[in-house]
Design a protein around this ligand. Structure first.
Ligand code: NAP
Length: 256
């Protein structure tokens, strides 16, 4: 199997609609051992119940808003699970008002918050995981981004700016991690109805437009995103790093 013998850490599980869950299921079905982190504000028993579907899965609380919390969490994982082969970063957050008002109204605090949680946290996780020796040689990191970083998507606002920072960070991180033969890539997923997505104004309309205009005339599933993440975690993608791979039924290639 594609991921036999590999351990993958999935950061950002919330519920069964989370993209993180689709990735976890794909990694599990491809033979990986899967472990999770969840935001400490989540009810741990609910997360435990969900991840119970995957044998031996364990979840650890982790708030990516501070380096201290990331370090504490990743060190515990290393102690309990040993070195790992891959990390999924499936985490983003913006203040509700910044997804409701015009982008021009974004406050300094809102801009910094979205960038901190949605982009900088990937830099911190990559650095700390490497520094504490959590990652095996040739480990692979995968993050989630969205088309709103490339073109204006009504209502995506400050999150589009944060995703642009995330994508560029991936290129610089790829250069640094490459010194140790580690890889990092992003999946630009098409819109998926998750709890986070519900915060975006007129999200239903975005789904309709994609179905209408994407070459494959459908919306993506978390499983389809998960299967591409499994490829990126696997040795099959050993020469791929610093990339953003669109998993969007081709929507992003369409002009007029
Ligand atoms: P989701 O299920 O709500 O996942 C987002 C996760 O981020 C939640 O588990 C959330 O935890 C976590 N999070 C937020 N702030 C955090 C913090 N400070 N520390 C740790 N975790 C934190 O939504 P999703 O749509 O699957 O999002 C996953 C990723 O995919 C995000 O990067 C998103 O931007 C990206 N993406 C989504 C779509 C889409 O259409 N859904 C498309 C492309 C890319 P809490 O809920 O407890 O805060």
């Amino acid at each position: 199997m594609l991921l036999e013998g590999k351990t993958i850490l999935v950061m950002g599980i919330r519920n069964k609609w989370s993209i993180a869950w689709g990735v976890a299921m794909s990694a599990h079905e491809n033979g990986a051992k899967v472990i999770f982190t969840h935001h400490p504000t989540e009810k741990e028993d609910k997360i435990q119940e969900l991840i119970g579907e995957i044998p031996d899965a364990k979840t650890y609380p982790c708030d990516v808003a501070t380096d201290e919390d990331i370090e504490k969490c990743l060190k515990t994982i290393k102690e309990e699970q040993g070195q790992i082969d891959g990390i999924l970063h499936s985490i983003a957050h913006a203040n509700t008002e910044d997804l409701r008002n015009d982008f021009i109204a974004t406050s300094r605090e809102g801009f910094l918050h979205a960038s901190d949680i949605s982009a900088y946290s990937l830099v911190a996780v990559s650095r700390i995981a490497k520094e504490i020796g959590l990652l095996k040689p040739e480990a692979s990191i995968v993050a989630l981004t969205y088309f709103g970083s490339e073109k204006v998507v009504e209502g995506y606002n400050v999150m589009g700016v944060a995703k642009a920072a995330l994508e560029t960070s991936i290129q610089y991180l790829a250069k640094d991690l490459g010194k140790e033969k580690m890889r990092i890539n992003a999946i630009s997923a098409g819109p998926i109805k998750t709890l986070s997505a519900k915060g975006i104004k007129d999200f239903g309309n975005i789904l309709t437009v994609v179905e209408e205009k994407a070459p494959l005339h459908q919306n993506v599933t978390t499983k389809q995103v998960g299967d591409v993440a499994s490829f990126l975690f696997s040795n099959m993608s050993s020469a791929v790093t610093g990339e953003v791979i669109h998993v969007d039924n081709g929507f992003s290639i369409i002009g007029v």
